[in-house]
Design a protein around this ligand. Structure first.
Ligand SMILES: [Fe+2]
Ligand SMILES: [Fe+2]
Length: 287
């Protein structure tokens, strides 16, 4: 592995990551409750629809619980694939001890996030959906794209930025949202800021070295993968609605997919990534 990231950034990231605290130990689990929202109403897939407005409060809260569970199950897949790639990369030759150290820090932090998610599921008495999470194309791409490529780090930026924007949305709209959930999101944001800074820097360096045609091909590929990603992770499947007591789930899933408020919300989540990538000659667009 070549040392692609400036030494001062790596040093700073290592310094911030060194004082590690298990995030789950910082969540006020005693405040976890079912008679709260687990996501702001505006962040729910049915928000803005009259069919949703007519649901009673308990049903809306149940939906927020299962949509949040859906969000963290997606997070478990994302973090799992990232840890897998970072761990496999440890076997390669390394030229920079500091960068190797930072990647191990990222594995520890992602592992902490996943443990925090599992703690939530267990403490709330919920169960994993048991569904195969990512569509095959995302799974295959994420496993096989070369670790040191621009394309890997570009996908990493998107895979970290979009959920991070969701966490930030929760923190900005925390009134009425359960305190344990808000704290989970805040703890995730804190560590993710470093991961995103690192991935962004690698994309910046690698995009600067890539030819214009390669950047164009990468942009087309990312647009395709981003659409599949948003579709799989942010447009809940029918079983999410069923579990929240909204039956038949396929009816509510159809409403959510056609929901213009939801589309606007998702566009808001990807907006910062688009703005970041544009000056690098990478044109990712809102689907
Ligand atoms: Fe994470
Ligand atoms: Fe991360």
């Amino acid at each position: 592995m070549s040392n692609m990231c400036p030494d001062n950034l790596i040093r700073q990231l290592n310094r911030s990551s060194a004082a590690y605290e298990d995030p789950s130990s910082l969540v006020p689990w005693d405040r976890l409750a079912f008679d709260d929202y687990w996501l702001p109403v505006e962040a729910l897939s049915l928000s803005g629809l009259s069919e949703f407005e007519h649901l009673d409060e308990n049903r809306k809260q149940a939906l927020s619980r299962y949509e949040f569970l859906n969000f963290i199950e997606a997070g478990i897949w994302l973090e799992g694939i990232f840890m897998e790639r970072m761990a496999r990369g440890l076997r390669q030759r390394h030229s920079s001890l500091a960068e190797l150290r930072y990647r191990v820090h990222e594995i520890r932090e992602e592992s902490g996030h996943t443990l925090m998610f599992l703690d939530l599921i267990e403490r709330a008495g919920l169960e994993l959906s048991g569904r195969q999470w990512a569509p095959l194309v995302l799974d295959v791409f994420a496993r096989l794209v070369p670790l040191e490529s621009m394309e890997f780090w570009l996908a990493t930026v998107l895979g970290e930025e979009v959920p991070d924007q969701m966490n930030r949305y929760v923190r900005r709209h925390e009134i009425g949202v359960n305190a344990a959930i808000v704290q989970m999101c805040a703890l995730h944001i804190k560590e993710e800021a470093r991961h995103i800074a690192y991935a962004r820097e690698l994309v910046r360096v690698k995009a600067g070295e890539a030819s214009r045609p390669r950047r164009a091909v990468a942009s087309t590929l990312m647009n395709y993968l981003l659409r599949r990603f948003l579709d799989a992770f942010y447009c809940p499947q029918a079983d999410v609605y069923e579990r929240a007591g909204l039956s038949p789930g396929s009816y509510w899933q159809g409403l959510a997919r056609a929901n213009p408020t939801r589309r606007r919300f998702l566009n808001e989540l990807i907006e910062p990534s688009i703005r970041l990538l544009q000056p690098l000659g990478l044109s990712v667009a809102a689907p």
